[in-house]
Design a protein around this ligand. Structure first.
Ligand code: ATP
Ligand code: LTN
Length: 335
């Protein structure tokens, strides 16, 4: 029996990933790659929906891929590639856009939020069709599960609707994927503003723990994290968002339970607790950072790995795309 298929990806929207990406996505991907035939992409086409400097986008794409590998995604085991290296993504997105309702796409909350924020003149059609491209990513690979954060659930639901609609209109073509939503406890908040999600594109980076930060900088950010005046190391998301966030990070990175960590720091101040966490963060990310920088030192080798993986992805993707072209009635070009 072949393994069930998994698909996920991240946008190359920063030079470094942040701890939320690591805990909320990469750690799970790393575990899931054993039981699944996993495809992980760096979704550079999606990143074009934000303004980018071209040279920087190229660099961020390499850096994101290097961090996947450094965090334990194995390119010999999983298929780790750059979205734009496989032309079928853009091609299938076009076909899927013809079965997507205008109103249906307009109901995507991420689009509504972003378009409201930017205003309609600064909102591109690409931002509007972003979820259709994401559906193409997933459906090209006959995916069984899609591990994503809560904010992407609606996009995976749309993907399911499009797959079902296409299948009923043209005959069975796509596997209908299931979203696997990460637990709420895996959500990491900004260290300076612990009610806002930690994010790559946060306005200030004082509360963002970057994977590629110098260890001394990460330690300093942990020591300066916002807490409260209560003084006890105790999980209470409502009353103590700062401390609770630090406990979640501590637990996720050590694999320990929160109550055990609370016990360890009972009767000790926040200073001790933060020192402990700073050590955990440095121990965990030190080697990841080193490995990522090593990979980035040899971009030609990294590009070679990405090219080989793109070829693997392309084989699968082109099979699906060919079936889709036949189903919708495009005339085959003779060879
Ligand atoms: P951006 O600011 O560019 O939107 P982001 O840092 O918010 O980036 P995404 O690229 O949207 O992250 O998400 C990549 C993956 O990381 C997703 O699976 C998402 O759920 C996860 N993720 C991002 N931020 C966090 C967080 N703070 N806590 C837990 N998981 C997160
Ligand atoms: N939209 C997602 C990134 C993404 C993705 C995908 C995730 C693009 N294509 C396919 C899972 C499957 C995000 O912003 N996190």
């Amino acid at each position: 029996m072949s393994k069930p298929r998994l698909y996920s990806g991240m946008q190359p929207s920063a030079d470094s990933l942040q701890v939320g990406n690591y805990i909320g996505a990469l750690m799970q991907w790393r575990d899931l790659q054993e039981a699944y035939d996993a495809f992980f992409s760096v979704v550079d086409l999606h990143a074009l929906t934000q303004p980018n400097d071209p040279a920087e986008l190229r660099e961020k794409t390499r850096r994101t891929a290097a961090q996947y590998i450094a965090a334990g995604i194995e390119p010999a085991k999983s298929t780790l590639y750059v979205q734009s290296h496989v032309a079928a993504h853009a091609e299938l997105a076009w076909i899927l856009s013809t079965v997507t309702g205008f109103g249906e796409a307009g109901r995507m909350t991420q689009f509504k939020d972003k378009s409201q924020r930017y205003g309609s003149d600064a909102t591109s059609v690409g931002l509007f069709t972003y979820p259709v491209l994401m559906a193409a990513d997933i459906l090209l690979y006959q995916t069984d599960i899609v591990p994503v954060g809560d904010d992407q659930k609606q996009h995976v639901e749309l993907t399911r609707d499009l797959a079902e609609r296409f299948n009923s209109r043209y005959g069975d073509t796509f596997r209908v994927p299931m979203p696997v939503i990460q637990q709420d406890t895996a959500r990491i908040y900004d260290l300076q503003n612990p009610t806002a999600k930690m994010s790559k594109s946060a306005e200030s980076d004082a509360g963002v723990l970057w994977l590629l930060d110098d260890p001394a900088v990460s330690a300093k950010k942990v020591m300066r994290a916002v807490t409260d005046s209560d003084g006890t190391v105790r999980y209470d998301r409502e009353a103590k968002p700062g401390v609770s966030n630090l406990l979640v990070i501590y637990a996720a990175l050590t694999g320990r339970q929160i109550p055990a960590i609370e016990d360890e720091y009972a009767g000790r101040g926040y200073g001790d607790f933060k020192k402990g966490l700073a050590e955990v963060v440095v121990n965990e990310f030190g080697p990841v950072r080193e490995r990522a920088l090593e990979l980035l030192d040899d971009p030609a080798e990294l590009d070679r790995v990405l090219a080989a993986n793109a070829a693997k992805a392309e084989d699968v993707a082109n099979r699906t795309l060919g079936a889709v072209y036949d189903k919708v009635g495009l005339l085959r070009r003779t060879r």
